[in-house]
Design a protein around this ligand. Sequence first.
Ligand code: F6P
Length: 472
Amino acid sequence: MSRLIIVSNRTPGKGPAAGGLAVALRKTLAERDGFWFGWSGKLVDAPEAEARFEEIDGLTVAQIDLTRNDHHAYYAGFSNSILWPSFHLRLDLATIEGHWYEGYRRVNAQFAKALRPLLRKDDVIWVHDYHLIPLASELRHLGLRNRMGFYLHIPFPTTDALYAIPHHNELMRDLSRYDIVGMQAQRDVAAFTEFSDHQSPSSLSGPPLKSVNFSTTEVAAFPIGSDPEAFARLSVTPAATKMVKRMERAMGDQKLILGVDRLDYSKGLPQRVEAYEKLLANNAQFRRNVHLLQVAPPSRDTIKEYQETSDTLDAMCGHVMGRFAEPDWQPLTYVKRAYGQPSLAGLYRLARVGLVTPLRDGMNLVAHEYVASQNPEDPGVLVLSRFAGAAEIFEEALQVNPFDTDETAEALRLALEMPLDERKARWQSLMAAARRHNIDNWATSFLGRLSPEAAQEEGGAARDILYLASVA
Ligand code: F6P
């Protein structure tokens, strides 16, 4: 079997992995030959050209350092102040500084130069996420003809939002240099198709212009999942139970509503707190009987829009506390800190309601993990945004429009009052969906399409000619 080379901005760290991506891919790579390539997390004045290899928790990881300036333009700048808000349809929060594109491009070229000498002819390369859209182009410029796949972990934007991104045409041409482009949801493939069928960004006269040729790139939905069996086991380990006991001591009989999200404006946290406030305002019977725990580890906090979201949330939580708290009862706890998976699994299991209400999200693995951690005899209820990719998977969740805080408040009421039989029936079908869409099936189906054998079936020779033409 060919080696698998995974490339992503961040590489897996030592100890518990925080992001869903790291959790997902650690397992895939542990089962094949190959290595993981990415940024070391270090900023230096003059990075070495060659990558450093390291064994991290049984994985072979190759890393490079970046300069501070390049990293700023590539990560906080182009990736997270332009691509992230645009792909999440928050153009109001984008900072369009076109010059960041040069740093973004430079870092992708640096990745390609350091990766190229490490590659063998039949290696399969799997690139992850919006930080690295140009990587295939850069590698193909260096003469590489290997199979290359790209997986977008975040939503694909509408055509309008895409056209607001500086250099969108070049980025889409970069995307067409991959053999396979995987998206989270059918919704994303539909948005991509809408764009690729029309493509008329820069022409003021004449018929719509189709400037990027996607005829040799397969674009399909490969919804990512979790490892539900592992989470189910984790949720009853001593470490998880310790967290459950701690919470039970603090909460008594109150029902727990739980949110776990990076502190990001796409997660809809202020709207969530507002919905909770409405729940308490409209349903006095829940006061003293429910508790909202929002876990929100800070993220990308050098970016102004993230700081503002954090400030807004501080103010809103303070407001709800001021309005409803009593000397011996607090309506909510807001924790700006990351927890390891065992503690989270315990919290998920304890929570009567898993509140997952992003304004827009690629998939949302918290929804998967919450479902997997439930007690089958007394499961909780998933309240889920219909704008998360997970909504295509979890039809039996209580799906809400997260912008409509009345609707979310009503879903919370229904979830808190839902009889055991209905909770069980809904959970059984949610768990079946989490099992069907598990992480192994995700990786196997993507890598199955990316394998050299799959390429041969499609007529690899024609494609070779195309690569040569594009390199020339
Ligand atoms: O889900 C998108 C994503 O960018 C992942 O690639 C990453 O694991 C996570 O968000 C955390 O983001 P960051 O690497 O910017 O902290």
